[in-house]
Write a protein that binds this ligand. Structure first.
Ligand code: NAD
Length: 297
């Protein structure tokens, strides 16, 4: 199958390998051409712009940072829509808001093309292993037609409903993850300042009701002071904002979530945006006067 992929970043760089290893003809594009070097050396073709990707392929995947980037790549000059035909199907793997994807969908429909929201969860580890959860919203027949390509990237592919449903599921999930990052920082800084080692706290919480997948990487990341992304704090902050914006539009009170959003804005202003989302703990470390680090080696 002729497959396009746009956005070869921390997530996309792994996903494209699964697609090419499954035997598909791959056409790629990224604003940063260097990001495509490795996959081009594996046999992918570099296109000059998203329109060309659309003209050369029947199904396209995008993995882009923000909703504005998805709009630019789809509707902008040289965007997917200008190169698409009525046979074009596009799965957007980025974390965006449902209104953005619905607006793009209605413009695609005028040309007979289709977009589905298909945001992913599982991080760069899941992306590398091909074990992502992919939450799809949109035309069910297109989902079924191209599910075999999604299967190369994920182990939990779920159809969530009409266009925008995948985005809603993903935003809800990430709001929880980003909130846990703040609450865990508070709980662990309290525990360490009370004289208990991070690993002891970790083992006790892991075996108790506070256990969460969010904490799983802590022994190799937070406890070692390793904040290399992974998942950039700027993108986590974006996701919290997408959730609170959606709540505001729907008049859903989200008091704690809005407070969490302010915490991520603080972290961005401290220059932590390009570090991993776990760097949110650095704020708490600063104001509590204690570091959550494993001193036992
Ligand atoms: P990233 O910033 O590492 O990669 C994004 C890529 O898109 C970059 O290579 C960038 O050059 C490219 N790009 C940006 N604008 C472009 C444009 N206009 N045209 C072409 N290319 C463009 O981001 P990422 O971490 O790979 O995340 C991608 C998406 O997946 C985001 O929406 C993020 O929220 C979501 N996500 C990320 C993770 C994670 O752990 N990193 C996990 C789940 C979901």
């Amino acid at each position: 199958m002729k497959v396009g992929f746009i956005g070869i970043g921390l997530m996309g760089q792994h996903m494209v390998k699964h697609i090419i290893n499954a035997g598909h003809d791959l056409v790629v594009y990224d604003l940063n051409k260097k990001a495509t070097d490795e996959i081009v050396s594996m046999g992918a073709t570099f296109a000059d712009n998203p329109a060309q990707v659309a003209a050369m392929t029947e199904v396209i995947f995008t993995s882009l940072p923000r909703p504005q980037d998805v709009e630019e790549v789809t509707l902008g000059e040289g965007g997917i829509l200008s190169g698409a035909s009525k046979n074009t199907t596009h799965f957007d793997l980025s974390t965006t808001d449902p209104d953005t994807i619905r607006n793009i969908s209605s413009l695609y429909q005028q040309k007979g093309a289709t977009i589905l929201d298909a945001p992913v969860s599982g991080g760069t580890v899941g992306s590398e292993k091909g074990t992502l959860c992919i939450m799809v919203g949109g035309d069910r027949s297109k989902y079924e037609k191209y599910k075999s390509v999604l299967d190369t990237m994920g182990s939990e592919i779920m159809f969530c409903g009409e266009i925008g449903s995948g985005a809603v599921c993903k935003i809800a999930n990430n709001l929880i993850g980003m909130t846990l990052g703040v609450v865990l920082s508070e709980a662990l800084s309290m525990g360490v300042k009370a004289g208990v080692e991070p690993m002891t706290l970790y083992k006790a919480i892991s075996a108790s009701t506070g256990n969460t997948a969010h904490m799983k990487s802590y022994p190799d990341t937070l406890f070692k002071g390793n904040f290399a992304p992974g998942f950039k704090l700027d993108l986590g902050a974006k996701d919290v904002g997408l959730a609170t914006d959606l709540g505001r539009k729907l008049r859903v009170p989200m008091k704690v979530s809005n407070l969490i959003q302010q915490t991520y804005i603080d972290a961005q202003n401290k220059g932590l945006g390009e570090e991993s989302t776990l760097a949110i703990a650095k704020l708490q470390e600063e104001i509590s006067g204690v570091e959550i680090r494993d001193s036992t080696g």
